[in-house]
Structure formats: structure tokens, C-alpha cells
Design a protein around this ligand. Sequence first.
Ligand SMILES: [Zn+2]
Length: 404
Amino acid sequence: MKYFLFFVFCFYLNGCNTNKENISSSSVEILHDDILTLDTHIDIPLTYMTEIDPSGPTDLQVDLPKLQKGNLDSGFWIIYTPQDYLTEKSYLSALEIAETRNNAIHELTKKHSDYFELAFKADDVSRIVSDGKYAVLIGMENAFPLGKTLKDVKLWAERGVRYMGITHFGHNQFGDSSNPSSDRNEMTSRWHGLSPLGKELIKALNDAGIMVDVSHASKSTMMQAAELSRVPVIASHSGVKAIRDHPRNLDDEQLLMLKETGGVVQVVAYGSYIKGYTNEQKNLETTIALKFNVNSKDDFNALDEDAKISFEQARNELLAMEPRANVSDYVDHIDHVVKIAGIDHVGIASDFDGGGGVIGWQDASETQNVTAELIKRGYSESHITKIWGGNLLRVMREAEQASR
Ligand SMILES: [Zn+2]
């Protein structure tokens, strides 16, 4: 609020220049501290809380010292499970992974209850933050571990899961993915969107008060879910296709669907979804593929161990080549969502510890750089509040009200 008053004061003076050079870091800090910040995608390793304790300094992008430094108030900690063939055996091993991550998140809020508290409702978030703690919400990336039944949806809701992704890389029992699995030789589409069980899943999530997450879903899956859901859907971590043509990103028609149905896209700070390769990188990518004769995962698996190491070194050099995506490139995606869908349909997701991070927002300690860039672009305090979680919490309240 203080920054807003500064703004009004400047307006009356009619002389203050609000370009970046003249926005002092203290006014960014004041605004950043005043608003509630919510990041909807924070991944955790499988050794979280058993070998890695984030209450002290760690190699993770999100731990307590970094949250404190960057003043990131709250987030969705993620129960992620990879997919395999659709067999009972792989559902069970995914379930084991899901339970390990769920237990770790609960352990974080139990063991370090002075700092972290689990939020079950949208209103819990601001209450926890005003108590001086970090609000931990739970998101489940991929419904795969549910298996072929929906009987556990309520159980996951009781455990605190407040959004659930339909699928991940690869089509699953609930619907088509934006990225068919090349390992499993999948076609572009298996279900033409949601499967019959996927349609039931949407209803079960609505009933349980869990938001439907369409990130990683194919366009048809996403559009059908948005249409079918009684509650607006969210894309918990996706970018926009108009800026970076990538299967994981949403096109303008999808953004308009979110606008029409009241949903929200949490723009993801994942470098390769934000910014495409330069021509130099594209050429190098082709050279590497030719040199190692690798065009698929099977090709890679067929290499001997030394060649695998050399291939990965070459790929890492390719990825490390400048220019990488930075905070300005990131906020370009936010601007585009605002342009197409409006200020009420956009939010923020880092994907930290899951591959996320851009120059200027490499870990939670740099979170205020995102706010600084939003201020630089001319967003008001009330708009920045919506972007930094207000919109997402509105959908979460709608999910609570629609639950049965
Ligand atoms: Zn993801």
C-alpha cells in the first residue's frame, strides 16, 4: 500500500518518472513485502525431510533462508509422480512415490511448525502469512497414482491436496498429454482429449474441492476439462504459445477459454518454455544429433556409457549458451496473458526444483525481482496482488464453494 501512496503523490506532482531507473529498490521491497506472494509450483526431491531438510541452507532452489530473503510467502509444494505403462504395477509404484512426497510435505509442516503451516482453505493462506509463517499448500502433479478408480480422490483432499493435474508427459488413463511419450511410442492422441474415466475425474475433483490442473494436458483435454468442470480450471505451470511455440504452452484460444470460464494460467518460469533456442543453438542441436546419431530416447539408450556422457556434456553446453530466458522474457508471457485473457486470469509459478528458474529469478531468494519487473511494466499494486496469487485464491474459493 505504501508504494501505491507514493504513486498517487507522484501523480499529483506530475513530475515523477516511474521508469526502472527511478523506481528505488526500497519501494519495490515495500510493495513486495506488503502483498501476498504465492508460487503454485515448487517441486521436492524424494529425499525431502529424510536426507534434505529445507529449514537451513540447502542446494535446493526453495528452502527457508531463500524464502526469507526473497520474501516468498506461500506456495504449492508438489507431489509429482512419473508415468509408465498403464498397468496395476506402475500405478502402485507411482502411489508409493506420491505417498513419500505427501508424507515429506506433512513432515515439513510438523517438524518446523514455527515456520511452516499447511493451508487447507484459501483463507488459511493470508491468516498463516499474517502469523509470520509460510503457507504450504499441496498440489498433485499427475492423477496417474489414482489407478483405474476414483475412490482415493477424497482421501487426497483430506490429506490437503488442493489441485490435481490430469496427466504428465505421456497419455494416461484420464486423458491425452501435451507431450505423448516417445519411450512408449505413443500416437499424438489416445482419447481425443479426456477418457471416459477422465470425465468422471473432473466431477470427482469438483466434488472434493480440488482444483483441476490442466498443465501438461493436451489442448483437447484442456478445452474439454474447462468446459466440463463446475469450477474454473487452472494451468498450474504453463507458458504462452504465441511467444514460445512449445507443446507445454497454451495458445490464445486456450487463454480465451480460461477467460470465458473464469480460470487462470500460472505462468511458469521454465527457461525452455519461456524462450526458444537462438539460431546458433538450433544449429548446434542439429550438429549434436548428427554426431551421436541420437533422435530419440531409444537412440540415446543404445549409446555406450562413454558416448552417453559425451552426449550429455554436449547437450549441457547447448543449454548453457546465452542468451537464456530472464525475468523480462518471463514477464512478456504474463503481459500476453493479460492482453488476451485479462488481468484476472494470470498468476505465477516457478517450477523450482523441477527444472524452473530464469536469469534474475534463479531461486526463491530472488523472488522480488519478479515484482520489480511487474512494477517496471506499469502494473498497479492491486494488479500485482492479483497476479501474485489473488486470482488463484479466487478460483480456490470457488472450488471450496462448489465441493459436495
Ligand atoms: Zn510439470
